[in-house]
Ligand binder design. Structure first.
Ligand code: SF4
Length: 262
């Protein structure tokens, strides 16, 4: 571990900087096992007459951690006061990964039956159905609008906005149903000429449809019009791929009775 150096921001206080043994004693008073405390690594000047001394941590499982003992003293006093004794991770320490909220950890396919995944009020993918585009309402007003829309049976309170539509289109385009998938690259023809393609409504219909071929890998999925597969409705086998006709049957009527005996 690299030694800790005095910072240049503050003028070092000779008394607190030199109080290494006082810091070690304070540490020994706090740590159950003295063998957990290693060599003095250095100090850092935190402020006026305020210094933190660092000691290596020899405790198993704490590679790269260090004990930090912060000392101070009053003006014109030589008596040292211990402010704090803590164990801190150093640059090489093994620490737990940063906390990621549950909502951000969820990935497509993670939901199990019964799981709930609420959508935020200001989810940028959705806009109020009554106004497509900018949403001038704050959260309380949105809740009221949703209640009224529900009571009046006006249909869905929110609908996919431009951002949500673009995200979906990009995901589908880049996914297995897009034109760049291995299946599409090797397909004899594309979905836009296939009889099994079910057309969508709305802006996404210009680029996507749904495959309705029960024999195809993409049955029931959104596919790009430029996607395709070998189960295309108009695909025909080339002559060389067609099954060869069976030869005329040969009736073998040779039996013991037909053989002349010598
Ligand atoms: S069968 Fe194949 S080509 Fe036809 S719509 Fe489905 S994925 Fe597209």
């Amino acid at each position: 571990m690299a030694p800790v150096r005095t910072t240049a921001r503050q003028k070092p206080d000779a008394v607190t900087v030199g109080a290494v043994e006082a810091a070690r004693s304070a540490l020994l008073g706090d740590v159950d096992d003295a063998s957990d405390i290693g060599e003095h690594l250095g100090h850092e000047v935190e402020g006026e007459r305020l210094v933190t001394h660092y000691f290596a941590c020899a405790r198993p499982g704490y590679v790269g951690w260090r004990w930090a003992v912060t000392l101070t003293r009053a003006s014109r006093q030589r008596t040292i006061t211990v402010d704090e004794v803590v164990l801190l991770p150093g640059d090489d320490a093994i620490v737990a990964p940063a906390w990621v909220p549950y909502r951000e950890r969820i990935r497509p396919g993670d939901l199990s039956p019964g799981d709930l995944l609420p959508v935020e009020d200001d989810d940028p993918r959705l806009v109020p159905t009554y106004s497509f585009g900018d949403d001038p309402l704050d959260t309380d007003e949105k809740a009221q609008v949703r209640d009224v829309a529900r009571e009046l049976f006006l249909g869905r309170p929110r609908t996919l906005g431009p951002e949500g539509r673009e995200q979906a289109a990009q995901r589908w385009w880049d996914g297995d149903g897009g034109p760049g998938s291995p299946l599409a690259q090797a397909a004899p023809d594309s979905c836009d000429t296939c009889g099994f393609l079910v057309r969508l409504n709305g802006p996404l219909a210009e680029t996507f449809g749904v495959c309705a071929n029960g024999d195809a890998n993409d049955d029931g999925r959104v596919v790009a019009l430029g996607h395709g597969c070998g189960a295309h409705s108009e695909v025909r086998l080339a002559k060389k791929h067609e099954p060869q006709p069976m030869p005329e049957p040969y009736v073998d009527d040779l039996a013991a009775d037909n053989v002349e005996s010598f």
